[in-house]
Design a protein around this ligand. Structure first.
Ligand code: HEM
Ligand SMILES: [Cu+2]
Length: 636
């Protein structure tokens, strides 16, 4: 027992959590006593004796788990324990519950954890749809409803969409570029463990006096600066989720820049790698802004700093500028990785090279640059500077250009391709193109100032964000999971159940979110628990489809869990793909490669006899036939 307590792990983690919480608590009451203040400050925006432990307890947990052991020994000048690789790889299920430094284990940890949060976020959504099925108030009080949509959005954005992409890329990307692991494996493990912490903080806000945070995922000041204690849980939880994103993004950037296999120049990188590089550039540049915005709200609330308090010389509107300077790029943080996934899948299953590969890569970079210039399109009705409106409208419209390039490239890749739709991954990729394009079009509509003024704060916005978030993010996440499931588990999922899940999800998504456009244009406001009876029929319709959409996800979970355990063996390369992750065994060996692969050609040379992307181990280039130039001509 004494041994177990000293070893990094869950025992030490639990003790660390308690010690961390106690440290924060006594620090606060000690300082307050010294200063002659009331020991407990329980104004609704106060509670420092809860807010500070909320920060210190997670650090105690991470110490206990072993996240900092190596670094602390090193910093203290002690001999570091030589790496025995015991924290690497997984041989039994318990290994997934440890501070593990293998990118494949971390990738799996990420995907499973984020899927759990997807389930929770989905249940919160269904509670809202149950309340909204009829006008009037039936199930939850209006205040609780505010907590539901706020926690729903926050969990979906910060604990599902953003990190699940980081998880998939964690698994796939090092293999794809021929690297043995990520550049900073310990930082990688730390990034993962920050996520469940953020999740626990967000969810436990329901227990705070005054209920869960309820100022929307946007948390606008001054609504947020005056809100009850739960809001501080949001301010702090976001810091952990944000730190996780930033650390992962730095890790991806260094990995991509320094660890590519010999021969993999920029123009031979698979588009998934390009997409993650672009996403990481967005995360590193933008995520500090939401961290800053939430710190400022927290300081306003707990220390009375008045950043956003007009009467004390603060500037209310600056909250929105800082918030959206992160949160517009954030919508692309939630999109670009999916763009990468879809390019891989469509090219593989259409057996065609990606149409306009270089422009696809450049379009990603174009989106990165432009997305920093459009934030104020979320503020057209907020009373911001007049002169900013038209320039922002123009940059917003301009984003449609690189986005359009991508859509036409997917279509061009499919054109005259030998399209295989036996895989659920491909079905989701195809549904993505259609659904995301609709969401993009309503986005361009919203970019036009007069339309935005008309439908601002209505269900039209809800329709738009869900078309892009379902079509653009969720569909690509499912596509990615189905596509790499055989690689990650070594087993095949059940395509029949995959199809049930696919059709249920597509019909559910369209049935739920299409009618929201109509009722939105008719004026039904968003973020309300009750509405005028004229919208009743459509809302019932929407709720029915939302429940179809929700329940069909159970088929997905069943399929994944059962196939992981009992599915037929998948083989190394069931999709006959060219990229490097498919050239190793399924699941890959602990250190990925016995010998680092050499890259000899582009990743998508389908249809060119003898063309190879990479050669492995013992092969010498002489064994490899000279690739022929790809000239894909349409039959006349
Ligand atoms: C062509 C691309 C897009 C354009 C032109 C666009 C434009 C807009 C505009 C103008 C708004 C503000 C509406 C208002 O508040 O009155 C908005 C809202 C929103 N968009 Fe988009 N959008 C695009 C793509 C996306 C993508 C890809 C995502 C997500 C992954 C996304 C997520 C959101 C969200 C979450 C909101 C709601 C913000 C809120 O709570 O107020 N958008 N979009
Ligand atoms: Cu935006």
């Amino acid at each position: 027992m004494a041994m177990a307590i000293r070893q990094p792990g869950w025992y030490r983690g639990a003790i660390g959590t308690l010690l961390g919480a106690a440290f924060g608590f006594f620090l606060v009451i000690g300082l307050r006593a010294l200063m002659g203040l009331d020991i407990y400050q329980t104004e609704q925006t106060g509670y420092p004796h809860i807010v500070v432990p909320l920060i210190t307890a997670p650090f105690g947990f991470l110490f206990g788990l072993g996240a900092f052991d190596y670094w602390f020994r090193w910093a203290a000048g002690k001999p570091t324990i030589p790496e025995d690789h015991s924290g690497h790889g997984a041989t039994k299920w318990q290994d997934y519950f440890k501070f593990n430094t293998d990118h494949k284990v971390i990738g799996t940890q990420y995907v499973v954890t984020t899927m759990f949060f997807f389930l929770i976020g989905g249940l919160l959504a269904l509670m809202m749809r149950a309340e909204l099925a009829q006008p009037g108030s039936q199930i939850v009080a209006a205040n609780t409803f505010n907590g539901l949509f706020s926690t729903h959005a926050v969990i979906m954005i910060f604990l599902f969409v953003i990190p699940v992409f980081a998880g998939l890329a964690n698994y796939v990307l090092p293999l794809m570029i021929g690297a043995p692991d990520m550049a900073f494996p310990r930082l990688n493990a730390l990034s993962f463990w920050l996520l469940p912490i953020a999740g626990v903080i967000f969810i436990s806000s329901f227990l705070a006096p005054g209920g869960a945070f309820d100022a929307g995922w946007t948390g606008y000041a001054p609504l947020s600066t005056g809100a009850p204690l739960g809001q501080s849980f949001f301010n702090i939880g976001v810091q952990f989720a944000g730190a996780s994103s930033i650390a992962t993004a730095l890790n991806f950037l260094v990995t991509i820049i320094t660890m590519r296999a010999p021969g993999m120049n920029l123009w031979r990188m698979p588009l998934l790698v390009w997409a993650n590089m672009s996403t990481s550039l967005l995360v590193v540049g933008a995520t500090p802004f939401i961290a800053g915005a939430q710190f400022m709200v927290l300081l306003d609330r707990v220390l009375g700093m008045n950043f956003f308090e007009f009467l004390e010389g603060g500037d209310v509107l600056s909250y929105q500028h800082i918030f959206w300077f992160y949160s517009h790029p954030a919508v692309y943080i939630m999109m670009l990785p999916g763009f990468g996934i879809v390019s891989e899948i469509i090219s593989t299953h259409a057996r065609k090279p990606v149409f306009g590969y270089r422009l696809m890569a450049l379009a990603l970079i174009g989106i990165v640059v432009l997305s920093y210039s459009v934030w104020a399109h979320h503020m057209f009705v907020a009373g911001m500077f007049d002169w900013l409106r038209v320039p922002i409208m123009i940059t917003t419209m301009l984003i449609a250009v690189p986005t359009g390039i991508k859509i036409f490239s997917w279509l061009g890749t499919l054109f005259y391709g030998k399209i295989h739709v036996y895989s659920t991954a491909m079905l989701f990729a195809l549904a993505f193109i259609v659904t995301f394009t609709i969401g993009g079009i309503s986005g361009v509509m919203l970019g036009m100032i007069p339309i935005d003024i008309h439908v601002s704060d209505t269900y039209f916005i809800v329709a738009h964000i869900h078309f892009v978030l379902f079509g653009g993010s969720v569909f690509t996440i499912f596509a990615g999971i189905y596509h790499w499931f055989p690689k990650m588990t070594g087993r095949m999922y059940d395509e029949k159940l995959g199809r049930v899940h696919f059709w249920g999800t597509v019909i559910g998504t369209w049935g739920t979110f299409v009618p929201m456009h109509w009722i939105g244009m008719d004026g039904m406001p968003r973020r309300v628990a009750d509405y005028a009876s004229q919208y009743g029929d459509w809302n019932l319709f929407i709720s029915v489809f939302a429940f179809i959409l929700g329940s069909v996800q159970l088929v997905f979970f069943y399929n994944m869990i059962v196939s992981w355990r009992f599915g037929p063996k998948a083989g190394d390369n069931p999709w006959r793909s060219n990229t490097i992750e498919w050239q190793v065994s399924s699941p890959p060996p602990v250190f990925n490669f016995d010998e680092i692969p050499r890259v000899v050609g582009g990743p998508y040379e389908f249809g060119t006899p003898g063309a190879r992307h990479a050669i492995m181990g013992g092969e010498t280039p002489a064994d490899i036939p000279e690739p022929k130039p790809t000239t894909v001509t349409a039959p006349s």
